[in-house]
Ligand binder design. Structure first.
Ligand code: GUN
Length: 292
C-alpha cells in the first residue's frame, strides 16, 4: 500500500483550519509563525515559501525575515533575541542551513525553547527523549503521524533507521523506541560507519531511510512485507521530464515497493508532512500547550 503523505498533510491542514476558525469566532488571537531565512539557498527558498503559503492557507499569521548571506553571527543572534521578545509571535524557525561563518548550534540554543517550533533546541530534544510534552521536529513528527493515521502496527517490531542526523535519523530512533503509540519498537540505528548494512536492513520490519543517497536501498536488502519510510529527496537529471530533472528518494522505489506492505513515495510521501507538523507545532505554541 502506498502511504499518501500529500493527502494526510492536506487532511491535517483542514483540521488546523477548523481550529483557526474556532479561534476567530471566539475573538482569539491568530497563531503567528515566523521564519528567518539567511542568504539565498535555492532549496531553502522553496521550503520557506511553502511554509509561508501553508500558514496563509490555514489562516495563521506569518512573517518572513530575510537576512543577507553576509549577516554576522552577532546580527543573527540579535534577530533571534528580538523574535524571542516579540509577544505577538507564537513560534519561529531559523531555516537551515545557515552560512558557514555562523555557529548553527549557538543560534539554535539562543531560540527561546517555548518558541522553538522546529524542536531543535537541546531542551526540547531532551524533553523528547524523556517523553515530556515538547515540539517534535517536523520530519520525525510527520512520520509518526503517517504511522498513526495508517494504523501501522509498531509494537514489538524491529525498526531499522539509516542515518543519524540531528533532524531526522537520531530523533526518529528515539521516537520509535519510546513507550508510546506509534513506538515500542526495538530500534537499530545504522549510519555511515555501519559495516554490512544489509545484515541489518534484512531484519527490519520497519525501515526508515534518511541518508541522502538516491536509490540506495534495493530489493535484495529488504524482506517481504517490510514497511518503508523514505525520507530521501534528491534532484537528479532526467530526460523524461520537461524540466530536465526529477526527485528521487533513498529507496529504489519500483523494485522495493513490490516487496513492501507499505511504502512512502517520493515525492508525495514524507515531504508534504513536514509542513503539517510545523503547523501543528505552531498551533500548540499559540495554545501554550507545551510550556505554560
Ligand atoms: N532544513 C531542512 N529541514 C529543516 C527543518 O525542518 N527546519 C529548518 N529550520 N530547516 C530545515
Amino acid at each position: 500500500m502506498i502511504i499518501d503523505g500529500k493527502l494526510i498533510s492536506l487532511q491535517i491542514q483542514d483540521e488546523i483550519a477548523i481550529e483557526v476558525n474556532k479561534i476567530k469566532s471566539n475573538g482569539g488571537k491568530l497563531p503567528h509563525l515566523a521564519a528567518i531565512l539567511v542568504g539565498n539557498d535555492g532549496a531553502s527558498e522553496t521550503y520557506v515559501a511553502a511554509k509561508v503559503k501553508a500558514c496563509e492557507k490555514v489562516g495563521f499569521k506569518s512573517t518572513l525575515v530575510r537576512m543577507p548571506s553576509t549577516t554576522t553571527e552577532q546580527e543573527l543572534l540579535e534577530k533571534v533575541n528580538e523574535l524571542n521578545a516579540d509577544a505577538d509571535l507564537d513560534g519561529y524557525i531559523v531555516q537551515l542551513p545557515i552560512p558557514k561563518h555562523i555557529n548553527e548550534h549557538k543560534i539554535i540554543e539562543a531560540i527561546a525553547p517555548e518558541k522553538d517550533v522546529d524542536g531543535f533546541h537541546a531542551q526540547n530534544v531532551g524533553r523528547m527523549a524523556l517523553n515530556l510534552p515538547t515540539y517534535l521536529p517536523a520530519t520525525p513528527y510527520g512520520i509518526m503521524q503517517l504511522l498513526e493515521r495508517y494504523k501501522i502496527e509498531t509494537v514489538g517490531k524491529h525498526c531499522v533507521v539509516i542515518g543519524r542526523s540531528h533532524i531526522v535519523g537520531s530523533p526518529m530512533s528515539i521516537l520509535m523506541a519510546r513507550n508510546t503509540n506509534p513506538g515500542n519498537c526495538t530500534v537499530t540505528l545504522c549510519h555511515s560507519r555501519t559495516p554490512d548494512l544489509k545484515e541489518f536492513t534484512l531484519k527490519a520490519d520497519i525501515l526508515i531511510v534518511a541518508l541522502g543517497k538516491p536509490e540506495f536501498v534495493t530489493a535484495d536488502m529488504v524482506k517481504e512485507g517490510v514497511v518503508i519510510i523514505d525520507v530521501g529527496i534528491t534532484r537528479v537529471t532526467s530526460d523524461k521530464t520537461k524540466t530536465g530533472f526529477k526527485l528521487v528518494g533513498d529507496v529504489k522505489y519500483d523494485e522495493v515497493a513490490a516487496k513492501a506492505s507499505y511504502i512512502t513515495p517520493v515525492p508525495g510521501g514524507v515531504g508534504p508532512m513536514t509542513i503539517a507538523s510545523l503547523l501543528k507545532n505552531t498551533l500548540k505554541a499559540s495554545r501554550r500547550e507545551v510550556y505554560f
